[in-house]
Design a protein around this ligand. Structure first.
Ligand code: CDP
Length: 235
């Protein structure tokens, strides 16, 4: 394991489009620094799953907003990654189905849902020492995060990574995935509230052709620098 960056703890925001490798990288960076990893996409996916289960239309913003308000969402770090509990029930294994992936960007466009998720996310980051990944973390949820990273890769490479992750048996072709991811990016970038956007003070990292270890090492290095800079400032 890599050594921790001294005792000064910072918050790290990692944003970027679908399939850029955010969740894998964010989890490994959190492990290396002994920080807590918060996967905000999983929270939007959990709301989407519950809305689908309740038979709500993704267009019914009011009903989904009310649902999001009353759901109790918990992220529990564990040896096999983060588990997601909704009202005490473990829904982790159902969050990445094709149906949820196809619907989530529309649910994430609902203002009341975003407001609620951002409140929960800020509360999780209050004590510092958090690596949070999503679309609007550096710009909106944690604008004061000491390190912000915008992670991306070429559309083809992002679709390929997701294709390998789902496995060939998933019944979705590479071309279909690439189309659906492009559509999700379009919705995420085009929405009015907290769109996917690179924060002006975010470090940009194009991971096309880079290995995971290399990406993680780069971000851990940046984290150490940021922790040093901010701890100096406080002296
Ligand atoms: O893993 P992948 O990048 O495909 O997606 P995710 O991180 O699980 O996020 C799924 C969807 O949730 C995104 O396409 C966004 O529509 C939404 N989302 C968001 O709007 N804001 C966030 N902070 C995180 C996710």
């Amino acid at each position: 394991m890599m050594d921790a960056p001294g005792s000064y703890r910072i918050n790290i925001a990692i944003d970027g489009p679908a399939g850029a490798g955010k969740s894998t990288v964010a989890r490994l960076v959190a492990d290396a620094l002994q920080y807590v990893y918060v996967d905000t996409g999983a929270m939007y996916r959990a709301v989407t799953l519950m809305a689908l289960e309740a038979g709500l239309s993704p267009e019914d913003g009011e009903a989904i907003g009310r649902l999001a308000q009353r759901l109790h969402i918990e992220l529990i770090p564990g040896p096999d990654g983060q588990r997601v509990l909704v009202d005490g029930r473990d829904v982790t294994d159902r969050l990445r189905t094709h149906e949820v992936s196809r619907t989530v960007a529309r649910v994430a466009g609902i203002g009341s849902v975003r407001k609620r998720m951002a409140e929960l996310q800020r509360a999780m980051a209050e004590g510092k020492g958090v690596v949070m990944d999503g679309r609007d973390i550096g710009t909106h949820v944690l604008p004061d995060a000491e390190l912000k990273v915008f992670l991306t890769a070429s559309p083809r490479e992002r679709a390929l990574r997701r294709y390998r992750q789902l496995g060939e048996g998933a019944g979705v072709s590479l071309e279909q995935l690439e189309r659906e991811m492009a559509e999700r990016d379009r919705l995420d970038e085009g929405r009015e509230i907290a769109p996917l956007l690179r924060a002006p003070d975010a470090r940009f990292l194009d991971t096309t052709g880079m290995g995971i270890d290399e990406v993680v090492a780069r971000i851990v290095e940046w984290s150490r620098e940021a922790a040093r800079t901010f701890s100096e400032k406080e002296k």
